[in-house]
Write a protein that binds this ligand. Structure first.
Ligand SMILES: NC(=O)c1ccc[n+]([C@@H]2O[C@H](COP(=O)([O-])OP(=O)(O)OC[C@H]3O[C@@H](n4cnc5c(N)ncnc54)[C@H](OP(=O)(O)O)[C@@H]3O)[C@@H](O)[C@H]2O)c1
Length: 237
């Protein structure tokens, strides 16, 4: 297992979309990347690509909606020997629908992946993180305001903001910085799952969010960036 001077970054939702782009950018900046998602194939291809470019990468196939899978990952993370300096909570899912029609199972899965998993993973990793270190939460404009049919997602993302804001107060003295990034719509595979016909060309690109993550990650330990708001020209979304 890793035993060198590289600083490692744990990145969830790394198999596609914003996560994949962020992984490539952070690797190019010199971070070793620990890629997390369910799709083993996509992770192994990306990991290989990062290594071929001269970067360092490991991956873990994990279903973040399952508490026992997160708990089981403890020894995997511990094997990085306290050299994890960045944790990016990026994995997220959306299923839209009016409150009146929302399937309670879909509601629950969104809470499990979007806010419970970041809580569980943070709790697991806090004792293993380097000092100083940094935790970045990929939130959403829907974590700041509500939209019809986006209730379940907004509940999870408002909760994610509350988690980040609370954590910031609890760990600042230990030298752990907490950032929430709130993008408007981003042209990723997530958009393919939505029942809307939105114009994609004015949306943010995954690389725009990756750049924001990378900018935050490169700041020295005395610079605090609590929030980044990324808007676009596509309208509200
Ligand atoms: N796209 C947008 O318009 C937009 C706007 C604002 C904020 N965001 C936020 O940005 C983040 C990334 O979104 P994206 O647009 O890049 O989405 P995406 O293309 O659908 O990618 C989602 C990622 O999350 C992972 N994931 C989903 N369920 C998981 C689970 N149960 N366990 C582990 N990993 C899981 C997926 O990997 P596997 O399927 O392989 O598990 C995938 O890597 C999300 O938090 C999203 O809410 C997106």
């Amino acid at each position: 297992m890793p035993n060198d001077n590289v600083q490692w970054a744990v990145l969830t939702g790394a198999s596609r979309g914003i996560g994949k782009e962020t992984a490539k950018m952070l690797a190019a900046k010199g971070f070793g990347i620990i890629l997390l998602a369910r799709s083993q194939k996509a992770l192994s291809v990306l990991s290989e690509e990062i290594r071929e470019q001269g970067g360092k990468s490991h991956y873990l196939s994990i279903d973040l909606s399952k508490e026992e899978e997160i708990a089981d990952a403890q020894s995997f993370f511990a094997s990085f020997g306290g050299k994890i300096g960045l944790l990016v909570h990026n994995a997220g899912i959306v299923k839209v629908g009016a409150v009146a029609n929302m399937d309670p199972a879909d509601w629950q899965t969104m809470q499990d992946v979007n806010v419970r998993a970041p809580f569980l993973l943070t709790r697991l990793l806090l004792p293993l993180l380097a000092r100083p270190s940094q935790i970045i939460f990929i939130n959403s404009v829907a974590g700041l305001r509500t939209f019809a049919e986006w209730g379940a997602y907004s509940v999870s993302k408002f909760g994610l903001k509350a988690l980040a804001d609370t954590l910031r107060q609890e760990v600042a003295a230990e030298g752990i910085r907490i950032t929430s990034i709130f993008p408007a719509s981003v042209d990723t595979p997530l958009q393919d799952t939505l029942p809307y016909n939105w114009e994609r060309k004015n949306m943010l690109r995954p690389v725009d969010v990756a750049r924001a993550v990378s900018y935050c990650a490169e700041q020295p330990a005395h610079v605090l960036i609590n929030e980044v708001h990324l808007e676009n020209n596509a309208g509200i979304f």
